[in-house]
Design a protein around this ligand. Sequence first.
Ligand SMILES: [Zn+2]
Length: 251
Amino acid sequence: MKQKSSDVPRAHRASARRRFLAAAVGAYAAARTDATWAQLGSAGSASLTKQQRDALSVVQIIDELKKGNERFRTGRLVSHDYRDQQRTTATGQFPAAVVVGCIDSRAPAEIIFDVGIGDTFNVRIAGNVVNDDILGSLEFACAVAGAKVVLVIGHTACGAIKGAIDDVEMGNLTGLLARVKPAITRTQFSGDKSSKNAAYVDAVARANVVFGIETIRRRSPILEELEKKGSIRIVGAMYDLATGVAEIIGV
Ligand SMILES: [Zn+2]
């Protein structure tokens, strides 16, 4: 798993060293405008090294995800050299975060947060629900591979949320949608509680994100303990399909 420095191209090592040194001298605030330092794909041509990932705090990682989404929605995406990232991560990966998102084709985490290969683990499942296998994946991502942020992200106009509201029953989808039902029960909403009401659908999606966070804490003693120690943080987000904004919630 460990990435050897000898496997990393010279240019990548040099840029990685510059970024790490900048971080080491506490230049975080000043570096906000310095694209050669910024992490999580901001540099575009390089993936995170172990040194860089380990030096980042959970707050910095969340902040970089926010910055990435800002670049996305303002059309200022960095130029990712995916081939370089593919080569430099082939011998090891050091993602800073693990994202649990919906399968919706309009909400791909790497793109809406403008990150590259090797920057984030990604779990995608309809309605961004959490089950035992997903908890296992999150435990691997954090306790084994060292990711520091778990981000559960829902989105507006989610078909899975609408399906759960409508009590859709179809094959294996029935069981999956049942995992959204507790969020429906919890949603505080006055008005038309139908899948035709976009505001209600989005309110349930938001409650579903919060329920997902709580489920992770309740059903994974490993992740709960890591969060209590401050080693990781479990947060949520709501992604607006219309605006491209991913609003971080539950921080
Ligand atoms: Zn969805």
